[in-house]
Every structure is written in C-alpha cells, then in structure tokens.
Design a protein around this ligand. Structure first.
Ligand code: IVH
Length: 695
C-alpha cells in the first residue's frame, strides 16, 4: 500500500499523489472506498510531511493543495474563449414539451415523417450553478463562473476545495481541456448546513442566516471571498459538457463525451440515457419525474441533447441558444401562496413549532397545505404575518417550509398590523395541555413546561424511545401510541413493557397477531447497547453521536448518571449546553426513577470500564481487529453488529483488503465475500461473531 520508503523523495511523492488521487476518486466520486478513512489520512499526512521537508515537491495538483487560498478582495474576470451558453427552456411540463422539441429538430434537419427517429442524450437538469473547469496538460489551473456567458469570475480557490473535482485528469493530459458542469449542494447536506446555521444564530451570531434553497447556498459558497468558509460548505459537482479544447479528440456523440469525462475522473450522473425520438424523451422525462423525490439533490427538469455532434453542428445556434438542446421543466419546487393562519405543534421536548396553514398549492409534485415556520426567530427574521403571500418550498420528501414573504403583495391591513408573535398567539399557554410556555435565555424556541404531563410530549417521547436507532421497537407507530396515550394505558416509558397481549388486543383495530408481534418486539428490544439506551431517553441536546460518545467515555450507566458537569465536559465534543442538559436530566428524581424502572423490566446492555475509568478489558480476538460486514445477518442489524464490534475494541471497515481480519457474512453476501475468499481471509457467521464478542 505505502510506496516503498527507499524510493527517492520525488518518486515517493509522485507515488503518494497517485495513490491519494485514486482513493479520493473512489471515495468522493464513485462512493466505493477501498481503504479505511484512517489509512487515507495516513497516506495524506505522509505526503504532507514529505512536502514539508522538500517544498519543491509540492505540485499544484497535490491533494494537499486543495485548501490554501487567502481571503480575496474580489474575483478576477475570466473571458470564456468558448462562450457559456444557456439553453432554451420548455416550460410546458407535460409530454408535449418533449414532442415539440423533437418536431423542431426534425424540421430543422429537413427530416420527413417516414425518416428514422433522431437519437438523443437525455440527462438531468441540475439545479445549481454553471462552472467551467480549465485543465492544462491535465492539471486544473482555473475555475470560472458563467457570468454573462462571455466573461465570468475566477473562483478557482473555492472550486479547488470541492473534493469531487479532480485536480488532475485521469489518463489524459491535453494542452487545454475545459470541462463544464454544475456545482450543487445535496439535499441532506443542505439540511445539515441550515441546521448548523440555525444553531449559530441561536448562539447569537447575528451575521449568520439560513439559506433559502440549495441553489442559493451553492451560488453563495462559490462566490465566497474567504475560501475557508467556502470549504465548509458541502459542495458537489456534475460534469455535462465541454468548453475550449486543444489536443484532444472530442468523441462523436454527447453520450460518448460523458463516458470520456467519467473516465477522466469527473463526476457524471448515472441518471442519463440515449433514447430514440420523441417517445424516448417522453419516457425518460416520466421515469425521472417519478424518481425526482428520491434523488439526493434537486433537479428542475431534464435536458435533451441531440446525441450526434455532426447533427449538433448542422443545427447550430439561434441567438445565444443551441438548437440541438432544450431544458424540459418539471413542476417547480417553490410556489407562492396565501398564509391563512399559523398553528402551533408541540414536539417531544415540548418545543413549540409554528406551522403555516396555507391555501393549498401544488408544489414539487404534490399539494401542500401545511409548512413549517421553524421558530419565532425565523418568523421575525422573515417577518411572516398571517395574510401574507409567502414562498413555499418542497423538495424531495422533506417537510415543506415557508422560505420568504412576498412583501409587495402584503395587504395594507396586514402591513398596518403587528409582526406575528407566537407567545401572544398562544396566550402564554401550551395548546395541548394548557401549561405555561417558557423560553430560556438565549434560546430560539418556546417550550411547553408541562413535560410528560403534556399528552403531546408523552406521545413523542414514546415514539422517540421506540425509534429504529433507539430501542428499535418494531410496530409501535404513531397511531398506536396515540391510542395508548389517549386511553391512559401508557403514561410512562416503563409501562410499555407491562403491556400484555390481552391489553393490546383489546384496543381498536388491533389483531391478536399484531399484539403478539408487538410484545415480542418489546421483549427483543430489552437487549440493547448503552449508547442506544441513552439516546432513547430523549435528553435534550443528546443525539445519537453524543449518546454513543457518552457510552464510550463512561462505559457504565451509573457513571453517566452521577457525572458532574466538569466530568461530562471531558467527553469529546460535549460543550457546556449539552453537559448541563445531561446533568439536569439526571438530577431530576423522576428521570432517575424512570431509568430504574426500565432496568427493572429487564432492559440491559454490556457495561464496561470506559475511557473514564480503568482501562477497558480487552476482548480476546476482537480488540484491534478489522471486520467487514456483508449480507444480511440473521438477528443483528448491521448498525448493531458494528456498534458491538466497536464497543469491544474492534474496527469495522466498508471494504475487504489484506488488512481485514474477519469477514462476517450473512445471507446474500456479495462481492465482499468473494474477495475475502480470494484473499484467504477468515469468513465467519453471526453466531461465530457473537462468540468472539462474548469473549
Ligand atoms: S448544457 C450549450 N446540461 O442549465 C448547452 N446545462 O440554461 C449548455 N444545467 O446554465 C448547457 N444541468 O447551468 C446543460 N445537464 C445539463 C445541465 C445544464 C443544468 C444548467 C446550466 C445552464 C442552464 C441552461
């Protein structure tokens, strides 16, 4: 793996660069890492050290050179030798949009009705920001925005921080090759980004704001003058075309061009197809329309391109748009509508979330009548008032949200009124249980002070406890929890475990079989891990990662429960807010009582010494060993198996290599099993794994 240490430094640096490029491509572009992250980091540091002692070995395409820019005053202009054009948009979102485009192309090409269909390359229209990447002799030398199409801005510093973009092309090094494509932000990255922004705002960072949508956030990041900030924005990239080219033979078709770009290490979307005629276009548009919600990023339509480059050249351009391409839209993910009222929902921790009651509007493919407004601060910042026309956004399967107000459509009586005030609206009382609402110093959210007295909180607390990543009680869904809480059958978490089949089967719409299944699921859930148990308790500010960290650090529940704030602060990533929250939680006698009762009904996990106490006992045969899991195990979910191996001091890796000690294979194990057999690595089943884990 590691290049021979006896090689001269220059050759070693080159070999390391090569290896790091290879693995970065597998990780960021193919999403198929071959080596553990730690190994990548080790190679990276080795190259860094080598470059530190021999600065002249530092090349512009070295992976160590991604983040190195200074804060700029402004961006330098870049003239595009080949202009960055836009494409005509077909706003007719129905099939006719595609049919019309094909008819135009056929007419322009002088094709008669009986002539064969035209071949098209159909691909997604990514909703981001167009970028031109200039590679000279195979090395990325400049990245520019589209600007007005003729002159853009030099954003090289920021674009270099995007790990998906190769700093060096694979396999080719033509004198000039400009790759064009779209920089975008994935939806999950966008949600995390906004979550972080909301936290910053809550902590009093007045200059921070949340982003309206991934496209705006991506555009903002690319045009960020401080590359360190840009590097923290989770940008992604897809290549879809070419700019200036010298010394490289451009393939004859667009589809072959995309294949070539992919082979050079550029990320190219796999959702693309070569299709025949209008029928093929309509079919692709429909198929992707169905897939749109489950894609990890936003698209606003499909792009059709005549596949043959010769035909593209024959078709040419009208004004600034090619006749050979068109964008065929989908229904928009943002729409304007009337905000009729604001309701308030009570969450698990008593958090009061304002919910917009909207005049129903068709957005992102469905009719939306409710959307979240997040909290009072967001309402204040956007100055959202009942009676306003607002912009609603719904992308993918995320909760629709109100992103802004259309101020010039505000009716005079609304303008003359007061800004919306959640506290006033509620008259200071929880809408579910009537307890006082309160807001702590520096917090953005109003909360119901009723705790588990509040039916809404009790329900959410139970649902959280039962969640898949918590106690994983299958079959305990929201309908059932509503019934159990409303009928007064379950008031506390331990009471869940005292439900018998008879009591459950007596509920409305509950079959005997389902009752038995639920009792079995409850029984199964009793065997858990400390991390899951801590997470399931719903302690404020304690998410899955913090819960795991606590379990790892303290090893035993009593240590966590009795920890002082200072001791809690010793846990990695635990700050004062989290530490106080945990301490306060376990300082409440009723919470300790709930924990005792849960242990009394039989909930258990393996306890160990943890990092805070004496050194952990080493589990013979697991500690320091690397495991790879493949296929479906008979009883353990993959997450559980991973957790247990890690708790016992082992490592779990995503791919099989010579460093793998054991491959744990379940049903339908695939290529990893084959690879293990090829490399002669021990293959074990779940039972053997459990035996190892149990010492
Ligand atoms: S091709 C000459 N392909 O949509 C054709 N554009 O107006 C140049 N876009 O600014 C564009 N996905 O930012 C092309 N698969 C795709 C695209 C795409 C998104 C953007 C691009 C351009 C705009 C078209």
């Amino acid at each position: 793996m590691t290049p021979d240490a006896k090689l001269p430094p220059a050759e070693r640096a080159a070999a390391l660069r090569e290896l790091l490029h290879y693995h970065a491509h597998r990780y960021y572009v193919l999403d198929e890492p071959e080596i553990p992250d730690a190994e990548y980091d080790r190679l990276f540091r080795e190259l860094q050290a080598l470059e530190d002692t021999n600065p002249d070995l530092r090349t512009p395409d070295s992976p160590t050179q991604r983040v190195l820019g200074k804060v700029l005053e402004g961006f330098a202009p870049v003239r595009h030798t080949v202009p960055m054009l836009s494409i005509r948009t077909e706003t007719d979102t129905e099939a006719t949009g595609a049919v019309n485009f094909d008819a135009r192309v056929r007419r322009e090409l002088g094709l008669a009705e009986g002539d064969p269909p035209v071949e098209y390359a159909a691909e997604l229209k990514f909703d981001g920001l167009a970028i031109s990447l200039r590679y000279e002799d195979g090395v990325l030398v400049r990245a520019a925005t589209r600007g007005n199409g003729e002159v853009g801005e030099d954003v090289t510093q920021n674009i270099r921080t995007i790990n998906q973009i190769p700093l060096r092309l694979k396999g080719v090094k033509p004198p000039v090759l400009e790759v064009r494509g779209e920089v975008y932000i994935r939806r999950d990255d966008f949600d995390k980004l906004n979550e972080r922004q909301r936290e910053l705002i809550a902590q009093g960072h007045k200059n921070e704001k949340t982003f309206v949508n991934p496209r705006n956030a991506a555009a903002g990041a690319v045009r960020q003058l401080d590359p360190a900030i840009a590097a923290r924005r989770p940008l992604s990239f897809f290549a879809y075309g070419l700019g200036e080219v010298h010394g490289w033979e451009v393939p004859d078709t667009h589809s072959a061009l995309l294949d070539a770009l992919q082979a050079m290490g550029q990320p190219v979307s796999s959702d693309r197809a070569v299709v025949q005629g209008a029928e093929g276009l309509v079919d692709f548009h429909r198929r992707m329309g169905e897939k749109r919600d489950s894609l990890p990023f936003d698209i606003d339509g499909i792009v059709y391109k005549v596949n043959s480059r010769a035909l593209q050249q024959r078709l040419g351009f009208v004004t600034r748009e090619p006749r050979w391409a068109v964008a065929h839209k989908y229904p928009a993910q943002e729409q304007m509508t009337l905000l009729r009222d604001i309701d308030v929902q009570v969450g698990r921790t008593g958090k009061l979330t304002p919910v917009a009651k909207l005049q129903p509007v068709f957005v992102g493919g469905t009719t939306v009548s409710n959307a979240t407004l997040h909290n009072q601060d967001e309402i204040t910042r956007k100055d959202v008032r009942i009676g306003d026309t607002v912009v609603v956004r719904r992308a993918g399967d995320v909760i629709p949200e109100v992103v802004s107000v259309v101020l010039d459509q505000r009716p005079p009586e609304v303008a003359a009124g007061e800004p919306f005030d959640l506290y006033q609206k509620l008259g200071g009382k929880c809408p579910v249980c009537g307890s006082d609402v309160e807001r702590e110093e520096g917090e953005v959210d109003w909360r119901c002070s009723g705790g588990l007295f509040c039916g809404a909180q009790r329900k959410q607390a139970i649902l959280h406890f039962a969640g898949r990543r918590m106690m994983d009680i299958e079959g305990l869904g929201d309908k059932l929890v509503d019934q159990l809480v409303d009928a007064g059958i379950v008031r506390t978490l331990p009471e869940l475990y005292r439900l018998g089949v008879a009591k459950l089967a007596a509920l409305d719409r509950m079959a005997d079989k389902s009752a038995q299944n639920l009792v079995a699921a409850l029984e199964k859930s009793k065997q858990t891990t400390l991390g899951r148990f801590l997470f399931s308790l719903g302690i404020r500010h304690v998410g899955e990662t913090t819960a795991k960290d606590l379990a790892k650090h303290f090893g035993r529940l009593d240590r966590v429960m009795d920890a002082s704030v200072d001791q809690l602060l010793e846990v990695p990533d635990v700050g004062p807010i989290v530490a106080n929250s945990i301490h306060t939680f376990f300082a409440q006698p009723h919470n300790r009582e709930v924990v005792e009762q849960l242990r009394a009904v039989g909930i258990s996990w393996e306890e160990h010494e943890g990092a805070a106490g004496a050194p952990r006992p080493q589990v013979e045969g697991v500690t320091g060993k690397t495991f790879v899991l493949t296929g479906t195990l008979p009883t353990l979910a993959r997450e559980d198996a991973k957790e247990r191996i890690e708790a016992a001091g082992g490592k779990v890796s995503g791919s099989v290599s010579k460093k793998t000690d054991y491959v744990v294979a379940g049903e339908e194990a695939g290529s990893k099993l084959t690879k293990a057999q090829e490399l002669g690595i021990a293959v074990i089943d779940e039972a053997q794994l459990l035996k190892l884990l149990n010492g």
